[in-house]
Write a protein that binds this ligand. Structure first.
Ligand code: B4P
Length: 222
């Protein structure tokens, strides 16, 4: 695993705000790597102790405990790097659903370098309606009942929303998530294009400087 902190964009918002929807699309753009804790949790084997523990929380609309969440996510990312699916030197992580508590944000402080927070905002009734519709299509345990959905919103207000205060106000961009998917996407893209271009220039310069230093060192020793 690289020793640098990963350049990261957070997709932030309440359940049903469209983090996963947008994250999946952004992850198909060269130079971006999408990572969703919700997806990682849903892919765990229910026969395993970890898989069953996670299911216990998710199915009740609760947050999976912080240390367990971070440990599963780090293992996942390490695996992706090892199998060459994630390239930290050239890619930006689009982090969807993490951190979901102030403690998680602290635990991630030495691992990720948050360059922007995309805050997807819509009214709760709209998001609940989407989750109910998704429940019919995807059969997700966390959308299974109005009670579980309501608990997820409570958890969001109490534990997740305060995370926004962990980041400088100029890093947070608020986007109206009640708009069509393509319009939400286009607003996110407008934010990401200049960020990605300036990061590429910075990384190229750093690479050239490193090469020059290596050549100079070789000239001295050789
Ligand atoms: P997630 O998988 O992150 O689920 P989510 O918050 O419900 O969904 P999201 O906002 O991504 O909505 P989506 O795009 O799918 O988390 C699931 C659970 O895992 C959590 O409740 C928690 O228990 C656990 N968990 C995850 N991360 C954790 C962490 N860090 N710590 C502890 N526990 C954690 O959109 C929803 C629906 O709306 C879709 O059907 C989509 O098609 C539709 N939609 C989206 N955008 C739309 C638009 N603009 N217009 C119309 N429909 C739209």
């Amino acid at each position: 695993m690289t020793t640098h902190r990963y350049k990261t964009i957070l997709l932030f918002g309440a359940p049903g705000s469209g983090k996963g929807t947008q994250g999946k699309i952004l992850g198909t753009i060269p130079g971006f790597f999408h990572s969703s804790t919700g997806d990682i949790f849903r892919s765990l084997d229910l026969q395993s102790v970890t898989g069953r523990t996670v299911w216990e929380y998710v199915s009740k609309g609760k947050l999976v405990p912080d240390e367990l969440t971070i440990s599963i996510w780090k293992q996942y990312l390490q695996g992706m790097e090892l199998i060459n699916q994630f390239h930290p030197e050239t890619e930006i992580i689009v982090l969807d659903g993490l951190p979901r508590s102030v403690h998680q944000a602290k635990l991630l402080g030495d691992t990720i370098d948050v360059i922007k927070v995309i805050h997807l905002v819509a009214d709760q009734a709209k998001m609940v309606e989407r989750l109910r519709r998704r429940a019919l299509k995807e059969n997700r345990v966390d959308d299974a009942s109005d009670e579980v959905i309501a608990r997820r919103f409570e958890v969001y207000q109490k534990e997740t929303k305060p995370v926004l205060e962990s980041y400088a106000a100029d890093k947070v961009v608020r986007i109206d998530a009640a708009q069509s998917q393509i319009r939400v996407l286009s607003e996110i893209i407008k934010v990401l294009v200049p960020l990605k271009e300036s990061l590429d220039i910075y990384r190229e310069k750093a690479y050239d400087a490193e090469e020059e230093a290596e050549l100079a060192a070789a000239a001295v020793t050789g």
